[in-house]
Design a protein. Structure first.
Length: 518
């Protein structure tokens, strides 16, 4: 399936111009937010919220009988918000707390040396609040730091938001009885979806910071350690800035770094994520409940960030019901991340992922650089994970289309790409151009694609075999390939049609069966 074999030839792309690790991540954070530039869709600059000069600093008198500051700090926040807002300061030291609720016009600032440690006691996250768990609305624990319908809020400073010790019982609580869409009946009123852990009910672990229905949100400089679940998860928010944060959650199952869920106008920059699951993640609701809410994630810019350990550097999904569109990631480095670019949905997740733009990316030591994982596994999805036969198209059939990936370097990867699409709606409109790649295998799989262009890419690979299955309208133009045998075996399986190679203006159309290119 792929490339024009050219051991020598004109290759104009300059991989040395792609950004390097020293220019990205929290350590490279500038003082000011630069204006948005060259965004491939209409999006206005987002301004950080400004707060009144009132300041309240928490002191030792705030510590209650359980050794927690929870009642005191929540009263201070509520009182200061009623007065018009200001900054609540957590000074250096270790401060233990249950759920903290931000209110409008409040900046919660953690000074350098401050550790805000949250408990592993379910009772400290009561009563249940309105939130979203893995794309389904519930009444649950919410987050260590939570807000609902607030305007102009911030979590800033050089301190640390710390989850409870790794041996607390809460970490072993089951994440429901099965997948969340099976546990929560989407027809049930949200107020009745009580997940507080009482009387045998489910308890979904709290996230670290999860505002919902908020406008003008800033997260800056803070480090997140030892989370119980996802770390930073704005939900239904508008005008969100996340900059200069650090996340360390490598040993936490489902320890995502940043999850944007059905938000509009988002800027993420100069952040470093080291995670137990996906790093930068865009979501928009799950299955029937996500279709009911029908709020997309849109107008999102991610720049100058560093993803380290994690399942995906940048992942769209797997909750896609409300749609994901207008996402622009540029000048980022993925170093040691399992997958660089990850598209992930399922046959029952719904929605459309489209108009995604990635450029100026460096990938180091990945298992796979590009992954389309749209079917899932039988363990979670049952027969929906079976590729064939194609199923009827329903409102819950997701679509993934119009993806541009350009100007990239893959320094080292086991595999360049795999695409496992959905037969009834194949992936379409994928363009990958201007890249330099060093990999073992080129394609692990290429199934159910209708429209893919590889252009001006140079690949060094140790394996020279490729199989294309039930895919069509593929173009490989000016792709320079180096393999040990100086040849490529391309197998076309099923109804694989219109597979074209163009090199130096000369076109070759591949035939069914095995095509050996010298």
């Amino acid at each position: 399936m792929v490339a024009a074999i050219t051991v020598s030839g004109a290759y104009a792309f300059d991989g040395d111009a792609i950004i390097t690790k020293d220019k990205v991540g929290a350590d490279a954070l500038p003082a000011e937010i630069a204006p948005l530039a060259n965004v491939p869709f209409k999006m206005k600059d987002i301004k950080a919220p400004v707060f009144p000069k009132r300041v309240v600093t928490i002191n030792k008198t705030a510590i209650g009988e359980k050794g927690l500051i929870t009642p005191y700090i929540n009263n201070v926040i509520a009182d200061l918000s009623k007065k018009g807002g200001g900054t609540v300061v957590i000074p250096a030291g270790t401060w233990r707390s249950g759920r903290i609720t931000l209110k409008s016009n409040i900046n919660l600032r953690l000074d350098k040396g401050a550790v805000l440690e949250f408990t592993g006691d379910m009772d400290d996250y009561q009563p249940a609040v309105f939130t979203r768990h893995e794309g389904v609305e519930v009444m649950g624990a919410g987050a260590f730091i939570y807000a609902n319908k607030a305007k102009n809020i911030a979590l800033t400073g050089e301190g640390v938001v710390m989850g409870p010790p790794m041996d607390v019982a809460m970490r072993k609580f089951p994440n429901g009885n099965s997948v969340v869409e099976k546990d929560i009946d989407y027809r049930m009123p949200v107020k009745q979806r009580l997940c507080d852990g009482k009387e045998g009910r489910t308890f979904y672990r709290p996230k670290s910071f999860a505002p919902i229905n908020c406008k003008n949100v800033l997260v800056e400089g803070v480090t997140f350690e030892r989370s119980l679940l996802w770390n930073v998860n704005p939900i239904y928010c508008e005008n969100v800035i996340i900059r200069g944060i650090t996340v360390n959650s490598v040993k936490v199952p489902s320890g995502d770094g940043i999850d944007i869920s059905s938000c509009k106008n988002v800027l993420i920059e100069y952040s470093t994520l080291n995670c137990g699951d996906d790093c930068f993640t865009i979501k928009s609701g799950r299955c029937e409940d996500g279709l009911r809410v029908n709020k997309p994630s849109e107008n999102i810019v991610i720049r100058y960030c560093l993803a380290k350990d994690g399942h995906g550097g940048i992942t769209c999904g797997s909750e896609t019901a409300g749609g994901i569109k207008n996402l622009y990631l540029h000048d980022c480095v993925f170093d040691g991340t399992r997958t660089g670019f990850r598209f992930k949905t399922r046959r029952n997740r719904g929605g459309t992922v489209e108009d995604i733009f990635y450029e100026n990316i460096r990938i180091i030591d990945a298992s796979e650089a590009f992954t389309w994982d749209l079917l899932g596994t039988p363990m979670y999805m049952g027969i929906l994970a079976q590729r064939n036969p194609p199923l009827d198209i329903t409102p819950l059939t997701p679509t993934v289309r119009n993806i541009m990936i350009r100007n990239f370097v893959v320094e080292s990867a086991d595999r360049l790409m795999s695409i496992n699409g959905i037969p009834e709606i194949p992936c379409s409109g994928v363009v990958v151009e201007n890249g330099w790649v060093r990999t073992n295998r080129i394609f692990k799989s290429m199934c159910d694609v209708d429209g893919l262009t590889f252009r001006n890419v140079e690949i060094q690979a140790t394996d020279n075999s490729i199989t294309i299955d039930e895919s069509k309208n593929l173009l490989f133009e000016d792709v320079t390939l180096h393999t040990p045998e100086h040849s490529l075996n391309i197998g076309l399986v099923g109804n694989a049609t219109n597979i074209r190679l163009v090199n130096d203006g000369k076109e070759t159309i591949l035939k069914q069966g095995v095509n050996v290119l010298p």
